[in-house]
Design a protein around this ligand. Structure first.
Ligand code: CU
Length: 358
């Protein structure tokens, strides 16, 4: 089969070459110079130009409709919504400029194809044009940069009020661990020297604040409350990526980084979002065809830095719940010192009936 396709391609190329030879020879016989570009050739090139860009535009618009819905669902945090607004502002400009400049370029090539008796204008400089195409992009870029820096400062500010919940997110090859402060609302000290099989964060057991710290493998957060994630890393640089909250921050060994945001949609509510329902149904149809178990929607924290062999599997589930559910869940977790303050209820344990992507 493959051999036949190659054969057809070679024969097609040979045919085209032969036709060109015939055209050249017939021009020779008529006494025309085959290398002279005629007005007819120019017109034909003009038509090809406008045809090319029309097909290109139709293809681009088709892609927007066909694949546009396969992007992430609506942002699930206040800051995520602001980042989306900025991103969309960029997209509107990029798309408009793409259609305007390319449309104009190919339209001109078609409209002003070379005529035998016309002469092109010779313009060397135009101050007004220079001002226009320097000034407009400068103003637009200044707006985008100012908008972006303001947003960035809001999510990464180093002086965040003590009232904002701090949760430590710790990365290592190859998983994530989260740490909550206990009743004293302060995270205990930690050092790489104390890292062991039973103390993977290296918490300092002599520090009073560390005793009631809670170390877990899932990130539970209450909805509509600010949270400041503080990142540490054990081994290499990882990158904490929370796509649904439009948040991403490198985690760097030897230093702390942070990212503040306010989740606005609980996991349960996001599972009812029409976009999410449609997407999950599509995924589950494919999984069913392959004989795999269905999945439910979940927020995830992923590693977005190629950090080693199992980088692809480095993720932690993020569960956004009501304040009440959060309190129940937190009370059911074991502290570093060993005490448990309340029994874990089935409701708060976060167990799913269906499988999630592992
Ligand atoms: Cu990683």
């Amino acid at each position: 089969m493959e051999f036949l396709i190659y054969l057809i391609l070679i024969l097609a190329a040979a045919t085209i070459w032969q036709i060109m030879r015939v055209v050249e020879l017939s021009n020779d016989l008529k006494g025309n110079d085959p290398n002279k570009v005629t007005e007819n050739d120019n017109r034909m090139n003009g038509v090809l130009m406008i045809t090319f860009i029309s097909v290109m535009f139709i293809w681009v618009i088709w892609q927007l409709f066909e694949y546009g819905s396969r992007t992430l669902p609506r942002a699930a945090s206040e800051e995520g919504q602001r980042i989306d607004d900025l991103m969309n502002f960029n997209w509107y400009i990029v798309i408009a400029v793409f259609f305007l400049t390319n449309g104009a370029l190919f339209l001109m090539a078609y409209k002003y194809y070379g005529r035998d008796k016309s002469k092109s204008a010779y313009i060397t400089h135009n101050n007004k044009l220079e001002m226009l195409w320097t000034g407009v992009p400068a103003v637009v870029l200044a707006v985008i940069i100012f908008w972006g820096i303001t947003l960035w400062n809001d999510v990464t500010q180093s002086e965040i009020s003590k009232d904002v919940r701090r949760v430590e997110v710790y990365s290592k090859q190859f998983n994530w661990v989260a740490r909550y402060s206990g009743a004293d609302k302060e995270l205990g000290k930690a050092s790489f020297r104390y890292i062991s099989a039973t103390n993977e964060l290296g918490l300092d057991s002599t520090d009073q604040h560390a005793q009631d710290d809670i170390v877990v493998g899932e990130l539970y957060l209450p909805v509509n409350e600010d949270v400041n994630l503080v990142f540490r890393s054990q081994d290499v640089i990882h990158s904490a990526f929370l796509p649904h909250f439009r948040a991403q921050m490198n985690t760097v060994p030897g230093m702390q980084t942070n990212f503040k945001f306010k989740p606005t949609i609980t996991t349960a509510d996001m599972r009812k979002d029409p976009d999410v329902v449609g997407h999950i149904a599509e995924v589950n149809a494919i999984r069913k065809a392959k004989g795999e178990k269905p999945i439910v929607f979940d927020y995830w924290l992923l590693c977005n830095k190629i950090c080693g062999a199992s980088h692809w599997n480095m993720k932690m589930k993020v569960v956004i719940v009501s304040r009440k559910e959060y309190d129940i869940w937190l009370a059911g977790q074991k502290t570093f010192g060993g005490a448990k303050t309340a029994p874990v209820t089935a409701e708060a344990s976060g167990k799913e009936k269906t499988d999630t992507i592992k």
